[in-house]
Design a protein around this ligand. Sequence first.
Ligand code: ARG
Length: 457
Amino acid sequence: MSKKAWGGRFESNPESWVDAFNASIHFDKNLIDQDIQGSIAHATMLAEQGIIEEAESKQIIRGLKEIQHDYYQDKLELSESLEDIHLNIEHALIQKIGQVGGKLHTGRSRNDQVATDMHLYTKENVKSIIDLITSLQNAILNIADEHVYTIMPGYTHLQRAQPISFAHHVMTYFWMLERDKSRFQDSIKRIDISPLGAAALSGTTHNIDRHRTQELLNFQNIYENSLDAVSDRDYIVETLHNISLTMVHLSRFSEEIIFWSSNEANFVTLSDSFSTGSSIMPQKKNPDMAELIRGKVGRTTGHLMSMLVTLKGLPLAYNKDMQEDKEGLFDSIHTIKGSLRIFEGMLTSMTVNTERLHETVHQDFSNATELADYLVEKNIPFREAHEIVGKIVLWCIQNNQYLLDVPLEQYKSYNEKIDANVFEYLKPENCLSRRKSYGSTGQESVKHQIKVAKALL
Ligand code: ARG
């Protein structure tokens, strides 16, 4: 068994199954790059401050780089009894360069070290999530550009409500993602803070320069309070929340795509490369990618809840409970990055069945509000108009007709003021073009919306 870094005051070591429970190496090895980066900055600063010799610092840095290289060559032996990535690296360093490796931990603790790693890791990943969101927004914009004039039924309560532009519908997700992105962007200022040099909890008596490591690690800001520096996990909760909400948005869009691609709707056809088949039913083509994304919200929401509960009631400063912050964060980041990539591929390869959509809006009553508005224009109070149209719709249902098929005489029997121009008025495309209110589904308004959106990217 390897000797523990903290072995001095111990008379015996835990058994291996206890070590296994305590260890985080199987997941915090993910932090190797950040850990090496943080250690290089710390070693550089220690030499600059005269705390260690320049030559020692160089030796340490060379050793750290070799360890990183070994790791990617699968040559670094990681052990559970060395607990975590920090102690495994320190052990490997001492083996490589001798006792001088033990000087690296001067003026530092694993508590500020792990916090530094997590800040660096979260910052880097939040930035790539932002890029992936932008890429998906671009894909949505391209679809919107093509489908300003494609009309589809708009729903409320999953009942046909009013005709809308397909572009208008998909653009809703552009705006949701825009808000998600701005939440991620805003969170960076609370992530990009250097805890390094806070040491275990109280700072250190060594003459370290925290501002120098802040600068070397390219952190925008620095923790003013050493206790706060090692205890803060707010930025992890915030990131888990931002991921969860973005995943919720993707799940709503997924649900629509699942419905749209059903035989019943047939509004879109998913490409073969983003669908799967059934092992028993040869005719099936399933929207598995959309379903998986919808399903994965369970885990991202779970990780958020789990982190909140882990932190609840946790006293200052570091407590081992905090080791539980990693797996959830790693998994949520992995999940959202995969989901954003898959979603974009699924969307850009999907076919919008414009003819079917056209046919659909001609076979429903989603133009009923228009008929009421038509009567309002003839100076009939809206409530009365609503009642008249309700009766006409009932007649249609009983006679198996739609509003565009009702004979003019029949219309006139409900109200004399209805003229032959009602048929033009009720055409779904005209329902859209008459909508001129700002942000509406009218074609001109949607074009303006797309222009505003493009300017944001
Ligand atoms: N593996 C630990 C974690 O992930 C690192 C910090 C350990 N610090 C300590 N004082 N035991 O939280």
